[in-house]
Design a protein around this ligand. Sequence first.
Ligand code: ZN
Length: 468
Amino acid sequence: MGISQSQKREEAIMNRMAAKFLYAASQSLRGKPVLTHLKSLEQTEKYSPGALRELQWRRLKSLLAFCYENIPYYKNLFDTSGITVEKIRDFDDFKSLPILTKDQVRNNLDDLLRRNSSRRIYFSHTSGSTGKPVRIGKDHDCTAVLWAASYRGRRWHGLDIGEPGAIVRGLPIDRKQSRKQLTEDFFSNQIRLDAVNINRESAKSFYYKCLRFKPRYIYGFPSGINQFAEILDSLGLDGRLLKLKRIITTGELLHTFQKENIESFFETRVINEYGSHEFGVCAFECPKGKLHISAETIYVEINQTERLGHDSSHGEALITGLVNHAMPLVRYSIGDVLTLSDEKCSCGRGLPLMNLVEGRTVGFAKSSSGEHVNGWAFGYLLAEIFKKGGDLSQCKFIQSAEDLMRIKVVRGPCYNDFVSRALEEGVRRTLGPSTRIELEFVDRIPPEPSGKFRFFVSEISERDRQRR
Ligand SMILES: [Zn+2]
């Protein structure tokens, strides 16, 4: 009893210390601190749906005026299309604005950045889930709001700022970036398992690390967490001993079988987050199990011009970021298919609801030694190549056989041999040196029948499924 009390005290002190650290870090972000934004979000989430729509409209309208004054891309777009900010009087008028594609973002990066500002812009790179690499700029203030939106969702489940966490996601391929990530983890009171390279040894060692570190939650890709649970189970280890309060999944569609498997192994609830590199937390599951859109930070609509079926609330999502003034994205086609709902949630929050229907099912590849490798490995590879200047418009990895990877590539105007070599080396590093690679240059890569693009497809697991 005495020991457990002293342990609890130690934990509490550690949490407070970590919270302090985070608070200090948030204060150092220029602009408004995270905690101020958090306080504000915890007020606005209680607004009625109507009041939230009004708030969104005010932010949208002021964003458009800002874009015209400060962002060359939009000034040019509005001028050449005869659009004026005054003419956009409601959400219906807003739909007349052109859609922004990932290709347009890539080809107009400089013109999409804020002009004449002393605020520093920070860039990050991603392949996203569509195999179309993009580079996104944000300033401190935007980052502070996005952090706050993430903390808000966690606090719905009793997870406070600074609580220790275990992250099951990838690590950047570049060593320097990877070290930077691990340092950030340290200051964020987190430990990390590289979800892209989980095997029996790494899973076991991370499990014991968790027993010592006592994370309150696991956060990461559902595929990675599920694989972690399956390996631990096969080793006869008990997930309940980690005493996790919650497991938060992100980055991929959470399948029911994964949710059930993870919940039963760790004996705790799985919470779903829909987040993106571009906009941070886009939606978070509430205690009643509904996915609430972060309406203060994004405006979500369904692309009505390429609708899937007759339902106007279901289809490809277009997202407008309401808080990023460093690189505003207006009606951005993010590549996910979702359903918006008018339903009111019994949790009392006025934030609108959505369902992520199709998006980001990544799956596993098989290495030459027979190991299952998370398909995100190829997403990280794309982001790395793009970051080093490789000009790729889109890429799709198709594992046709255990020793054969076909890569479809839509080349950018400055594509060169470096990219081809980096793709081949990256795949062989991941699956084994004897992997055969067929590189195919194409003009476009069609989406899956669902309307969703996927950067990795395994024809082996497709065949396995059909056999079962
Ligand atoms: Zn709710």
